[in-house]
Design a protein around this ligand. Structure first.
Ligand SMILES: [Zn+2]
Ligand SMILES: [Zn+2]
Length: 82
């Protein structure tokens, strides 16, 4: 099951479970679409895997299977201002 991390690792933008612009890699490193496309070129900076749209968990499942609240923020890996 996906953890559904609550934010973008690059810019710390909130990405709630229903966010349509959340992108993840196979390890579920999580980014907003803006960072994934414009900063990262579609590749995860942590594992070099491809980033795909995160599926949206239906609202009625979130009560039983709640999203992660643990924020991961690693702007140094995101290729800006280096
Ligand atoms: Zn971002
Ligand atoms: Zn990754």
């Amino acid at each position: 099951m996906l953890a559904l991390r609550p934010n973008c690792e690059c810019c710390d933008k909130d990405l709630p479970p229903q966010a349509a612009d959340a992108m993840i890699c196979t390890f579920e490193c999580t980014f907003c679409r803006d960072c994934a496309t414009n900063k990262l070129g579609g590749r995860c900076p942590n594992c070099t895997g491809n980033l795909v749209e995160r599926p949206i968990r239906p609202a009625e499942k979130l009560a039983k299977f709640p999203p992660s609240t643990q924020r991961v923020f690693k702007p140094q890996g995101c290729g800006q201002a280096a």
